[in-house]
Design a protein around this ligand. Structure first.
Ligand code: MRU
Length: 379
């Protein structure tokens, strides 16, 4: 079950509201999630007391973005264990809540493996649940550390790729603190550029149909004091043509062994534009997003979302008076079919570099990806 309460008015407001946290009130442990479908209008939290509530939060994109999905999945297993639910059932339903971000299954498997290892080592149920929670917390911490390293590597890379004098960066979807235990991936690099006094402009793609750019990246950029401008996804071409983009920075949901990158729908057209206009196209992702078990781009399962997200204008964060959150205003004729993949796949030859906490791969090749994965954690 999930309860809702407003986060506004809590202690000193952090720069960006915390994406999720574990709490242990007297009634039992809970996972508290910032409901991202309600941003930027409201900072509303969902209090998940069981796994079905968390699975629903994942499907509805209340909690979203590859690294955060991994963290949420790990805490979900810990929640099931702590509340005495079947851990294997919980792991199964969490891992399949959304198909594309490899981090989700990774986080779930890590916490479940810690639980089973403890149980097999003679731990009682409470101790095994504590082991699952410790693993979730470790993943959360590691993701925060990875963010910091990626930001450093990304900033250095831009310094090598671009002439000095400040950068105009185009980004897509949302890849900041809202998707991470730390500052995030691509947006963490943009934030580092900003802190270094080098950000001339952050171009924010609105990211149809669910508007992660307009709602979430703009929210984060505003709170960080970045100079940002919002554009419709289909305005990007004219921006490149006008010579207004120095680099594209995006995240990833899964990077295949050959270096193909699945990311939010609309990323691939940006890569094509970037290549045509000789602009670096840089992917920033933690190593947990690299999936050596997926050979190539064609093998990546791309989530197909419901057509109403396209045929209707949905304002989940500010429903019309009396309307239910998540219901939309139809804009297409009734019965119109929609094509609504949540992600697309960019082939490695269009990617200038992949930045991870272990360092940078450029050019992006299968050998480079394999070498990256073999590097030590400290990068
Ligand atoms: O459908 P979403 O909002 O979960 O999609 C998120 C993205 O595509 C992000 O760009 C990706 O997860 C990288 S986040 C660091």
């Amino acid at each position: 079950m999930a309860d809702q309460h407003s986060a506004a008015g809590d202690t000193a407001a952090p720069p960006v509201a915390l994406a999720l946290r574990w709490e242990e009130p007297p009634e039992g442990p809970v996972l508290v999630i910032l409901d991202q479908t309600r941003l930027p209008a409201e900072e509303v939290e969902l209090v998940c007391t069981d796994v079905p509530a968390l699975v629903e939060a994942i499907r509805s994109l209340a909690v979203r973005g590859a690294p955060l999905l991994g963290i949420a999945g790990a805490y979900g297993v810990a929640l099931a264990a702590a509340r005495g639910f079947d851990v294997d059932d919980a792991a199964e339903s969490l891992a399949h809540a959304r198909p594309t971000a490899v981090n989700l299954g990774y986080g779930v498997r890590r916490a479940a493996a810690a639980y089973h290892a403890a149980a097999q080592g003679g731990a009682d149920a409470g101790q095994a649940a504590a082991a699952a929670l410790a693993e979730a917390r470790a993943l959360h911490r590691e993701d925060a550390e990875a963010s910091e390293r990626m930001a450093g590597h990304g900033l250095a890379l831009l310094g090598e790729l671009l002439p000095a004098g400040g950068y105009r960066i185009l980004t897509h979807c949302n890849t900041g603190a809202l998707v991470s235990g730390g500052g995030g991936t691509a947006l963490a690099v943009a934030a580092a550029v900003h802190r270094a006094g080098q950000l001339r402009r952050l171009w924010v793609d609105e990211t149809r149909p669910l508007l992660q750019g307009a709602r979430l990246t703009a929210y984060e950029a505003a709170r960080a004091g970045m100079a940002y401008t919002l554009l419709t996804d289909n305005a990007a071409g004219s921006l490149f043509a006008a010579g207004e983009v120095d680099a594209v920075l995006i995240g990833a949901d899964r990077i295949a062994a050959d270096g193909s990158v699945a990311n939010k729908i609309g990323s691939y057209p940006l890569a094509v534009l970037a290549r045509y206009h000789h602009v670096p196209f840089v992917v920033v992702a933690p190593i947990t997003t690299v999936d050596l078990a997926t050979a190539d781009g064609a093998s990546i399962e791309v989530e197909q979302r419901p057509g109403h997200e396209v045929t209707d204008i949905t304002l989940p964060y500010a429903p019309a008076a009396g309307a239910q959150a998540g219901t939309g205003i139809p804009v297409a004729p009734l019965g119109t079919q929609a094509y609504n993949p949540a992600f697309d796949v960019t082939p490695p030859e269009l990617v200038t570099a992949i930045v991870t906490e272990r360092g940078v791969v450029s050019p992006v090749t299968a050998a480079g990806i394999a070498e990256l994965c073999a590097r030590s954690r400290s990068g």
